[in-house]
Design a protein around this ligand. Structure first.
Ligand code: TXA
Ligand code: MG
Length: 308
């Protein structure tokens, strides 16, 4: 676990335009000074991520978020009062101080205050907002431990802060407040029904819509290298069946939690572990089509998608 001195060293690296991987409650982030275009360029290089995919900017307070947004609607106050710090990213119109490379040229920016003491200390000590996608190579599984980050990015990053396993385990909910009506761009562990108590009805989340709902959200994202199948395991080859309800009669099976939040917390670590075992396939029992499970369902579907 990283201590105070590590955080101060990491903050100095951020100020110097270097990359630091840091823990959050959702997944580990690959951070750079969000106000420095050259530093942010390094994120795209390290990940091999297309420049068309906008980054989330991490803040340590609502005040810092407001200083980066061109507009701050009342609903943003209500949402942040309820869920910040936490796994909720708000997309708002941006101020010009945020370089275009951060937002892929969009007039909006995704803002999030993470609920992890090390992330918050890093932002406070550097005195800067920190742009950070998940700390993995493009299209690979997101990291939920410092080890996952080291294995994926190795020496492409100046420093990896270790904050233990991520508690939430899947990426934040992304909610756009930049248009007329709030739009849910990426589901997560906060059920849509709970968000709607504040926002009113949200446009239904459509992953297979005609237009890309969120730039950079290709279906194949968050994927293990091993073939992932949702549903029945194949009859041949070596594999493992992830069940939350019913083990498979013949295939080797792993029990996943029957609670959606616990399942989310275990998902990526389980996939990272299985991915190292040289399996022919991983199969997963389908999870319920309910608001509580929407985040897990989305990540399983993306991990199983076979096309870019
Ligand atoms: O939990 C998380 O959100 C983690 C941790 C590190 O905070 N971060 C993360 O970042 O998952 P990333 O880059 O892997 O996913 C961010 C997604 C983008 O793919 C994009 O779809 C959406 O957030 N996003 C960011 N800025 C946006 C914008 N201005 N407009 C629309 N979508 C945006
Ligand atoms: Mg990612």
């Amino acid at each position: 676990m990283s201590g105070r001195e590590d955080i101060l060293r990491a903050a100095a690296l951020i100020r110097a335009g270097q990359l630091v991987a840091f823990p959050t409650e959702t997944v580990y982030g690959l951070g750079a000074n969000a106000l420095n275009a050259q530093a942010v360029e390094r994120i795209f290089e390290a990940k091999g991520r297309p420049r068309s995919s906008p980054l989330i900017v991490h803040v340590s307070s609502v005040e810092m978020a407001r200083s980066l947004a061109a507009e701050w609607p009342t609903v943003a106050d209500e949402l942040t009062a309820r869920w910040w710090p936490g796994p909720l990213t708000l997309v708002l119109r941006k101020r010009p101080e945020i370089p275009d490379v951060v937002t892929a040229g969009l007039p909006t920016v995704g803002l999030r205050m993470p609920a992890h003491p090390i992330a918050l200390d890093l932002i406070r000590e550097s005195g800067l907002p920190i742009a950070g996608p998940s700390a993995n190579l493009f299209t690979e599984l997101s990291p939920t431990t410092a080890d996952h980050v080291r294995r994926s990015l190795g020496d492409r990053v100046a420093m990896v802060l270790d904050g233990g396993p991520s508690r939430v385990g899947i990426e934040s909910v992304v909610l756009s407040l930049a248009g007329g009506r709030p739009v849910l761009l990426r589901p997560g562990v906060i059920p849509q029904t709970e968000l709607e108590q504040i926002t009113g009805p949200l446009q239904p989340y459509q992953r297979e819509g005609a237009a890309d709902p969120a730039p950079g959200m290709t279906p194949r994202h968050y994927s293990p290298r091993t073939l992932l199948i949702i549903g029945h395991p194949p009859a041949s080859g070596k594999g493992v069946y992830l069940f939350w309800q019913e083990p498979h009669g013949t295939a080797s099976s792993i029990q996943m939690p029957a609670d959606a939040q616990d399942y989310a917390a275990a998902l990526y670590d389980t996939l990272h572990r299985l991915d190292q075992q040289g399996l022919d396939w991983i199969a997963a029992e389908p999870v319920p089509d309910t608001p509580a499970w929407a985040g897990v369902r989305d990540r399983l579907q993306r991990a199983a998608a076979q096309t870019e």
